[in-house]
Design a protein around this ligand. Structure first.
Ligand SMILES: NC(=O)c1ccc[n+]([C@@H]2O[C@H](COP(=O)([O-])OP(=O)(O)OC[C@H]3O[C@@H](n4cnc5c(N)ncnc54)[C@H](O)[C@@H]3O)[C@@H](O)[C@H]2O)c1
Length: 331
């Protein structure tokens, strides 16, 4: 049985082909699953998808009509999947519930330090043989406060690095993580965390209750000189409100690996096209903003784990086994 994988990056292709080699033939596509590309899946009982594939009601109906019975999503987040519709259509959906949290936590720190220490501007200057330091002044993080919104696996890994920097740790979550408490983290209300933190990093999942967690009010309650990092999901931040604050000259730096309208843009080469997203176009013009295209997970370690778990999920499905990675059927 051939497994059809959508949204496969060039570096990822050999890892997927190698991992499935002893089990199933695979066909990998660089296109993302959406209403235009869903017909390609016809005749494939099992497909694999990535984070910017559209698994809404229309696509799921097309998949079901074409004979697809199982979707192996190659990510932790599954906000792109309409689980109720999948369940109603009898499509099994599995995800990768955990993989190297260090990939994302280390990248969140990469963004934080790059904006704090003006690394992109410094690099551009030295390539131009401009060796002045004007405008490159950053801040020590030692002794300052890191606020971690979402202290699960990635939030904890982020907090460990903050602890290594000698930072005071504030946390906010619906469930406290004892390992973070052991690091000295104090759990506080979100409003207090935002008001007191020099660095705010987002690690909660995108849910209806966390959509625009960082809205205009939250942004206004943050310190003018704060650093904001979002390596979780774009929808956590109200980007238009963020642009308004940046326009007012606020924040030392903002590092975004995710963007709420990233589907259809991120992972694709749009360099020769006219940009029709005015919010993103404005965002990238701010000298204190760094945007990357959802690459925090993209280490050889994490992708190897993601692919291995995806193979296990497929083998579980074909053997009729159930694992913690199965999202639907719910029981
Ligand atoms: N940029 C990337 O490449 C990338 C890669 C992997 C994961 N992510 C994102 O990182 C997120 C976190 O991943 P993780 O592995 O740490 O997940 P996790 O489940 O280990 O941790 C999530 C934490 O959020 C908390 N939480 C859940 N709902 C909440 C709510 N309504 N309010 C407050 N806290 C809430 C949970 O209690 C948990 O502690 C994922 O959901 C995903 O969106 C991004």
């Amino acid at each position: 049985m051939e497994i059809l994988a959508f949204g496969v990056q060039a570096d990822e292709k050999p890892l997927i082909e190698r991992a499935f080699a002893d089990h199933h033939p695979t066909r990998t596509l660089d296109v993302f699953l959406n209403t235009d590309t869903a017909p390609i899946a016809a005749g494939h009982e099992i497909i694999s998808t990535s984070v910017n594939c559209d698994l809404g009601a229309d696509v799921l109906s097309d998949l079901a009509a074409g004979g697809t019975r199982m979707v192996a999503q190659r990510s932790t987040g599954f906000n792109n999947v309409d689980l109720d519709v999948a369940e109603r259509l009898g499509i099994t959906v599995a995800r990768v519930s955990s993989y190297s949290p260090y990939s994302v936590a280390e990248f969140a720190w990469t963004l934080a330090m790059a904006v704090n220490r003006r690394i992109v501007r410094a690099s551009t200057r030295t390539r131009d043989f401009d060796f002045r330091l004007d405008g490159l002044m950053g801040r020590d993080l030692h002794g300052r406060t890191a606020g971690v919104l979402g202290t699960g696996k990635i939030g904890e890994a982020f907090a460990r690095i903050a602890h290594g920097f000698g930072m005071r740790l504030l946390g906010w979550d619906v469930a406290e993580n004892p390992a973070c408490r052991e690091l000295g983290m104090t759990y506080v209300p979100k409003e207090q965390l935002l008001a007191e933190s020099d660095l705010v990093s987002l690690h909660v999942p995108l849910l209806p209750s966390t959509r625009h967690l960082i809205d205009a009010t939250a942004l206004k309650s943050m310190r003018d000189d704060a650093i904001l990092v979002n390596s979780s999901r774009g929808g956590l931040v109200d980007t238009a409100a963020l642009v308004d604050e940046l326009r007012a000259g606020r924040f030392t730096g903002v590092g975004l690996d995710v963007y709420e309208a990233e589907a259809g843009l991120f992972f694709l080469d749009k360099s020769l096209e006219a940009v029709d997203d005015d919010t993103l176009a404005r965002l990238v013009t701010f000298p204190n903003v760094l945007v990357t295209s959802h690459q925090a997970y993209y280490t050889v370690d994490a992708v190897t784990q993601i692919v291995a778990t995806t193979v296990d999920n497929v083998l579980d499905y074909t053997a009729g086994r159930r694992s913690e990675n199965v999202l639907v059927p719910r029981s």
